[in-house]
Design a protein around this ligand. Structure first.
Ligand code: FAD
Length: 516
């Protein structure tokens, strides 16, 4: 071979221009690595899903006539890290050119750029390619997302709608509005709960991978059966997309923020669960958007509010957080604007808490390596924000537990959107909420040990006093924020005694978080 081309675990993009031609002098490398299983403690389903998808991709490339070297942990156990392995193969095959796609994660970007510099010194040619996945070109990021500046997602999204002519009628948005959130975001009534569709799951065998993880003592969290429910190849990913367009899209926006404990299908609800397939690049974002738009055209049961709501997540949010990440890394990773210092309570690793909302979201995450957006943002995320958990602790939990967690998308959502640690680059105000919000959007409070209606009783919902404690603690920073200022007036209207009682109760809870 003359050329070694590296394919990372999240670069399973069969449409990449690399694969348009066959070349016997090119060797493709897909490798399971200790450095990737160990940079954070991952959910076992996440590791299985990545390894199974990598294996399937290697097989597909081989069948298409490419030369592929697929290595498992058994074969890379002696290599210290990725550069070590690459150097070994470059020597072994007398390679003269090393090529890679630009990693989406800063950690790997940095590692490969340093390595490429060293290789050049050895006279080996290095070439970097685009991953040909995202809609916003990488070269546009610096302009669109200036470092340290807050960029409004809504403005970015509108520009993307125009740029790609999605749901547009000339210059105007189809239906006359850019955003239908007002109509969306309803809670579930009993008859809605009965109608929640059965989620499409796959039964991918993973016993060999599980044995490998055990053999190499890979530390993981969560559980996994003998089969994996996540899609691990393009065919399955497309099946899930089709299923979503039929069963999920008609109610996607309407119940986007709803939560219930009353259905075995509640973990998936009307969400697409396409994030893993997209983040590994098995599916292209435009392919997903087009499929949703075709379903919208063909199916009268899907109204504009659902279609627009879904498009916004992908054309808007997904591209937006990637821009924030690359516009602000590496500094973003250390931001802690609210100076949060507490340790993550142990129940995040077990789900053993009496708070029903947290228990449901955490147990579901441990069972499925998945929670939907509102569970991540308004249940676990909101709790960490109010409790002042150190952002590294929060990031590591999110980065480990979700099947779709890759730093470029995880970190702006966690550190930025939920923890406000970036001082408002992602969110114009902290997403802080008391128990009232959870009660409005879910049925968790009905059978909870804690009482959502009280603030200072022994069994008062902890979110209620923590919410005011949080606002009080950050008053000087937040009171100037026009979107929060109003809330302070309602705080100031309370008697001094009441305020003190709420703050004391919160302090007691904060000193005993593990006991919640
Ligand atoms: P759906 O609800 O069906 O939405 C469709 C698609 O839109 C998703 O697949 C995703 O690609 C995209 N999308 C929606 N919201 C966002 C968003 N805020 N940011 C980026 N893309 C979005 N998403 C990840 O892919 N990986 C993560 O590690 C991740 N970590 C998160 C951490 C926190 C604290 C929060 C609040 C959100 C996080 N998200 C993450 C965003 C979002 O919650 C998930 O993309 C979504 O829940 C995945 O499930 P789904 O495919 O069923 O999404």
């Amino acid at each position: 071979y003359q050329t070694l081309r590296l394919i990372l675990g999240d670069q399973l993009n069969a449409r990449h221009s690399w694969f348009q031609t066959k070349d016997e002098t090119v060797l493709y490398l897909i490798a399971e690595l200790h450095q990737e299983t160990g940079y954070v403690t991952h959910h076992i389903q996440k590791v299985c899903a990545f390894f199974a998808a990598m294996q399937a991709f290697a097989g597909a490339l081989q069948r298409a006539g490419h030369q592929v070297c697929h290595l498992t942990l058994d074969e890379t156990k002696e290599d210290n890290d990725l550069p070590d392995l690459l150097l070994r193969l470059i020597r072994q095959h007398n390679i003269s050119t090393f090529e890679f796609q630009r990693p989406d994660e800063y950690r790997l970007y940095d590692q490969l750029h340093t390595f490429a510099g060293e290789l050049s010194q050895l006279g080996i040619t290095c070439r970097e390619y685009d991953s040909e996945h995202f809609l916003l070109p990488f070269s546009d990021i610096a302009d669109a997302f200036p470092q340290g500046k807050s960029v409004l997602m809504e403005h970015f999204y509108r520009r993307m709608r125009k740029r790609f002519n999605i749901l547009m009628d000339g210059d105007r948005p189809i239906g006359g509005k850019w955003n239908y959130d007002q109509q969306n975001r309803q809670s579930l009534k009993p008859r809605d709960i009965e109608a929640i569709p059965t989620p499409m799951v796959f039964h991918n065998p993973v016993t060999e991978i599980l044995a490998r993880l055990q053999r190499h003592q890979v530390r993981t969290i969560g559980t996994c059966g003998d089969t994996l429910l996540w899609p691990v190849n393009r065919r399955q990913a497309k099946q899930l997309l089709t299923h979503f367009c039929e069963a999920g899209l008609p109610f996607f926006g309407r119940f986007q923020d709803a939560m219930t404990e009353q259905s075995p299908h509640a973990w998936s609800l009307y969400h697409s669960r396409l994030s893993f397939a997209m983040n590994t690049k098995m599916l292209h974002p435009m392919q997903v958007i087009r499929a949703a738009l075709e379903a919208f055209e063909a199916n009268n049961a899907i109204d504009i509010a659902q279609a627009e709501g879904f498009v916004r997540q992908i054309l808007g949010w997904r591209e937006f957080v990637r821009g924030i990440y690359w516009g602000n890394m590496p500094g973003y990773k250390t931001q802690n604007a609210l100076n949060a210092q507490r340790k993550l309570p142990d129940f995040f690793w077990t789900g053993n808490t009496r708070m029903a909302c947290l228990r449901a979201a955490i147990r579901q995450s441990l069972d499925f390596a998945y929670a939907h957006h509102i569970q991540r943002l308004m249940v676990t995320g909101n709790f960490c924000l109010l409790a002042g958990i150190e952002p590294d602790e929060v990031d590591n939990w999110y980065l480990g537990i979700y099947v779709d967690a890759i730093e470029w998308v995880e970190m702006p959502n966690t550190r930025g959107m939920t923890q406000f640690a970036d001082n408002g680059i992602v969110a114009t105000k902290p997403y802080a909420a008391s128990g009232n919000y959870i009660n409005k959007m879910s049925d968790h409070c009905k059978n909870c040990h804690y009482d959502v209606k009280t603030k200072t009783d022994k069994n008062a919902c902890p979110l209620n006093s923590l919410y005011w404690y949080f606002l009080e603690r950050h008053q000087s920073r937040l009171t100037r924020n026009p979107r929060v200022g109003m809330i302070y007036r309602s705080w100031d209207n309370r008697s001094e005694d009441e305020r003190q009682a709420i703050l004391r109760h919160a302090e007691h809870l904060l000193a005993n978080l593990d006991a919640l």
